[in-house]
Design a protein around this ligand. Structure first.
Ligand code: CP3
Length: 333
């Protein structure tokens, strides 16, 4: 069994596997080298030779336990023909959403449009299987995708004032998102993804009274779908106000925590395997502090099934030596 499966499925506490959110990305010089010659991010994700190579870059460099496929949560709206662009120093910009046209798209159109993502997963997973490591597939949660598709860019502190005005439209979009998220997950699993992570990056934007409609119900639906494929599912409802309630209702196989939540509260109140937590900004400080903060998480989760990760993606300005120090600290513990 792979280390991640040992922790998530068997609740093993004697090993602390590690992978890093955004491990295939801009802090790596070898990634920046490829990126320099490939200004179009979506095209890069759809170049299966290069996206496989990028996915494996951190695996070749560090002693990590899993690969996460180099792709993006916004491949879903892209696959549904909504325009998606990444503007330098700004982030994603989406085109207008045409609900009538979107309603006519079928599974075959969608899969055809993002087919290279599955091809890359197939190649990467065949490599990872040779060393008994995991290949993590992922999707954005319905709420976070809804935010991007309607807001057309990253929200700052809240969604637009009139965001919820057309409830009928929102519900139609949510149904389309859910349908194609299932198609996307199924194809990732069929091509070798053996863990699925659901990123709800904007869960923190909602009021608690809106959790049932926009987070719990649609995410529970997806979690049950992933479970039906016999693959463990990790949820990351970033900055949600109540991780405990989320776990009790949605019942993921593991929960990934952000850096604002108290790990002691999590250990005490959450029984399922836990992942992550360390603030990525700690990697911008010094090695002594990094070791201290890393050991804090390792100590707290010593007797709990725990996968080491950060509380959000690794920052582009992170030094390679700090990543090496982090991984060594975990593996020496
Ligand atoms: O290594 C990995 O983790 C795998 C690849 C991955 C990417 N995006 C590649 C990427 C994953 C898992 C994602 C998820 C993702 N994408 C999320 C959820 C996680 C989170 O960060 O909250 C979100 C919200 C997105 C949407 C997105 N993609 C944004 C907001 C941005 C721009 C902001 C930024 O960090 O530059 C992206 C671009 C993106 N996705 C990059 C990478 C490596 C940077 C591309 C570049 O400019 O080189």
């Amino acid at each position: 069994m792979t280390p991640l499966h040992e922790v998530i499925i068997n609740n093993k506490t004697s090993i602390k596997p590690v992978w890093i959110m955004r491990q295939a990305g801009r802090y790596l010089p070898e990634f920046r080298e490829i990126r320099k010659n490939n200004p179009n991010f979506i095209e890069l994700c759809l170049n299966d030779k290069l996206s496989s190579k990028i996915t494996l870059q951190p695996i070749r460099r560090f002693s990590l336990d899993a690969a996460i496929i180099f792709s993006d949560i916004l491949m879903l709206p892209y696959g549904l023909n909504q325009k998606v662009e990444f503007k330098k120093n700004f982030g994603p910009v989406l085109g207008n959403l045409d609900i009538t046209a979107m309603s006519k798209i079928d599974d075959i159109d969608f899969v055809e449009k993002i087919y290279p993502v599955y091809k890359a997963i197939k190649f990467v997973s065949s490599e990872m299987n040779l060393t008994n490591k995991n290949t993590i597939g992922f999707v954005g949660a319905p709420w976070t995708l809804l935010v991007y598709m309607i807001n057309q860019q990253s929200p700052k502190k809240s969604v637009k004032k009139n965001f919820f005005d057309d409830e009928y439209l929102i519900n139609r979009i949510l149904l389309i998102i859910e349908k194609f998220l299932k198609v996307h997950i199924r194809n990732q699993v069929e091509n070798g993804a053996n863990v699925i992570q659901i990123f709800d990056s904007w869960a923190g934007l909602l009021e608690e009274r809106d959790y049932p409609n926009y987070i719990y119900t649609p995410t529970l639906n997806l979690v049950n779908f992933v479970k039906s494929l016999n693959v463990p599912v990790i949820c990351f409802p970033r900055e949600i106000k109540n991780y405990k309630e989320f776990c009790e209702i949605v019942k993921p196989d593991a929960i990934s925590i952000d850096y604002n939540v108290d790990p002691l509260f999590i250990r005490k109140n959450i029984k399922i395997p836990v992942q992550g937590g360390l603030d990525p900004k700690i990697l911008l400080t010094d090695q002594e502090n990094l070791k201290k903060q890393t050991k804090k998480y390792l100590d707290i989760f010593k007797d709990h099934p725990y996968i080491f990760n950060l509380g959000h993606g690794i920052l582009p300005e992170t030094n390679i030596e700090m990543v090496e120090c982090l991984i060594k600290t975990i593996q020496d513990f």
